[in-house]
Design a protein around this ligand. Structure first.
Ligand SMILES: Nc1ncnc2c1ncn2[C@@H]1O[C@H](COP(=O)(O)OP(=O)(O)OP(=O)(O)O)[C@@H](O)[C@H]1O
Length: 318
C-alpha cells in the first residue's frame, strides 16, 4: 500500500508515554463454571504487531474484549496504554474491530463511517478509506446487504478511521477473499509503519508469520509460548514431501544417518528431521526410487508456525 504509511500516523500519541500497548498480569475471566482465561500474563509492545493465536475457545476474544473495556476481569490486572481499560480517556486512542457486528444493520457504509469519524478529533477521510478497502461502489449499501467480506472491511475501516494509537483486530481476515486479505495485510503493515500498535487474533498461521513482530500462543486461557515468529519456528530445517500414504518409515529410517526422525502427518505428507543436507536428500530420494515411490512437492524448509502451533496445542478439535 504505497504512500499511505503517514495516513495512519496518530495525532494523539502522548510524548514520553512509555507504557506498553497492553500489559496483562494474571488475568482471569470466568463465565459461570467455565474458566475462559486462567492466569494469563502477556505484554504487547508499542509500535509492534502482536498476534494472539490459540485454538477455538482458548480465551482470545475474552482477553481482547477485556482489553477493549467491554468485559470486566474476575482477577488479575490489565493496562492498556498505561490506563485501566474502563478509563474513558482511552476511547479516542483505540481502534476496535470486533469479531462480528458492531455496525447497525440498516446503516449505509459511507454514512456509518462518517458517523464514526465524528467521534474523533482528526479522523481520516471516510471516502479515501472506503477506496483503500475497495468499498467505493458500496458507499450507499446498507450494512446488512454487504457480503460477509465487505462487512469485515467496513468494520476494519471503522477501527482505523480515528487514527488510533492502538488497534485491536479480532480475526480481521476471517471470511475475506485473497484480494481483500492482501488489502488487510497492507493496511496492517501501513499501521505498523506509522508507529501504530496492533494486537490481532487469527487462525491463519501464515498471516501471523507474515504480519507480526511478536506471536503469543494461548491455550486453555494461558500463554503456552511466545516470541518472534522466527524464534518460535527455530532455525532447524526439515525435508518434506508428499507421496502415497503408508510408506514404511522404519525401513526409511534404517537407511538414514542415526539421529534422524521421520513422520507421516497428515496422511501422505512426510517430514524428515535430522542433519538435513545434500546427503540426506540423496538418501531419501534413492530410497524412494528403490521402493518405486513417486514424490511430489519435495522441499527443504524450516518448521512452519502451523507445525509449532499443532505441537503446542495438539490435534484434538475444540
Ligand atoms: N458470554 C459467554 N458466556 C459463556 N461462556 C462464554 C462466553 N464467551 C465465551 N465463553 C466461553 O469461554 C471460552 C473462551 O471463549 P473465547 O471466545 O474467549 O475463545 P476464543 O479463543 O476467542 O475462541 P475462537 O477462536 O473460537 O473465537 C469458551 O469456552 C467459550 O465457550
Amino acid at each position: 500500500m504505497p504512500g499511505v504509511d503517514s495516513t495512519f500516523e496518530s495525532t494523539l500519541g502522548s510524548a514520553g508515554d512509555a507504557a506498553p500497548a497492553v500489559e496483562i498480569d494474571g488475568l482471569v475471566k470466568r463465565y459461570g463454571g467455565t474458566t475462559a482465561v486462567d492466569g494469563l500474563t502477556l505484554t504487547c509492545a508499542r509500535g509492534a504487531v502482536t498476534a494472539i493465536l490459540g485454538p477455538n475457545g482458548a480465551g482470545k476474544t475474552s482477553t481482547i474484549e477485556i482489553c477493549e473495556g467491554f468485559r470486566r476481569p474476575d482477577g488479575g490486572t490489565v493496562r492498556v496504554l498505561g490506563l485501566d481499560p474502563a478509563d474513558p480517556a482511552l476511547k479516542p486512542r483505540l481502534g476496535i474491530m470486533p469479531q462480528t457486528g458492531g455496525v447497525p444493520p440498516a446503516a449505509r457504509a459511507g454514512e456509518w463511517l462518517r458517523v464514526v469519524s465524528r467521534f474523533y478529533a482528526h479522523p481520516l477521510d471516510p471516502d479515501s478509506l472506503l477506496g483503500l478497502l475497495g468499498l467505493t461502489d458500496h458507499t450507499r449499501t446498507p450494512y446488512r446487504r454487504l457480503s460477509g467480506g465487505q462487512q469485515q472491511r467496513l468494520s476494519l475501516a471503522a477501527a482505523v478511521i480515528g487514527r488510533p494509537e492502538l488497534v485491536f483486530l479480532d480475526e480481521p481476515t476471517a471470511g475475506l477473499d485473497p484480494q481483500a486479505r492482501h488489502a488487510c495485510w497492507d493496511l496492517v503493515a501501513a499501521l505498523r509503519a506509522a508507529g501504530v500498535s496492533v494486537v490481532l487474533t487469527t487462525h491463519q498461521m501464515d498471516e501471523a508469520e507474515k504480519l507480526s513482530d511478536h506471536v503469543v500462543v494461548i491455550d486453555h486461557g494461558r500463554v503456552v509460548a511466545e516470541g518472534t515468529p522466527e524464534s518460535l519456528t527455530g532455525a532447524e530445517r526439515q525435508l518434506r514431501f508428499r507421496a502415497r500414504p503408508g510408506l514404511d518409515l522404519e525401513e526409511l529410517l534404517a537407511a538414514l544417518p542415526p539421529g534422524s526422525a521421520a513422520k507421516e502427518s497428515p496422511s501422505g505428507h512426510y517430514i524428515i528431521e535430522g542433519q538435513v543436507g545434500p546427503q540426506l536428500l540423496a538418501t531419501v530420494t534413492a530410497w524412494c526410487a528403490t521402493e518405486g515411490v513417486t514424490t511430489e512437492d519435495l522441499r527443504i524448509e524450516r518448521r512452519t508456525l502451523e507445525d509449532v502451533f499443532l505441537e503446542l496445542t495438539g490435534r484434538e478439535l475444540r
